[in-house]
Design a protein around this ligand. Sequence first.
Ligand SMILES: [Mg+2]
Length: 172
Amino acid sequence: MLKKFIPDQYVQSVYDIETEELRKRGVKGIITDLDNTLVEWDRKDATEKLLTWFERLREEGFEVVIVSNNNEKRVHTFASPHGLTFIHSAKKPFSKAFKAACRLMNLKHSEVVVLGDQLLTDILGGNRAGFQTILVVPVAETDGILTKFNRAIERRVFKAMKRKGLIEWERE
Ligand SMILES: [Mg+2]
């Protein structure tokens, strides 16, 4: 059971992801979470740095879809001005939205990596749906109210994984 919570990779931020490494693993598409993965959960707009990152991914030939559990207003306001493809109200960890994103990119599950800052939604959902997964340290130390609840469970999962020697790192 715990294994489904273990990401294939763990990075400090999305900017630390080596696209060359992704390519070697056969990755052609990226499904990314929004809140606390790309920007702080309470930041309305994308940062310049993030837009540059998206542009680079596009130039390198990667497909990208934002898949967020947040509502249409939040995700639309963030993504639409920059022409970013998105699915809102995704109900992660359920796999429906992940699969829909995969179809939008016209890629196989094995060609897609899921990025996110939460074990209980992004990583569990991505693993269960058969994608590669990358866990990102949350951009902000604060969370929305629902996420706070998930974090409490997440801390217990991290501790259990560490105890079993499944991971070397631990999150506060
Ligand atoms: Mg998140």
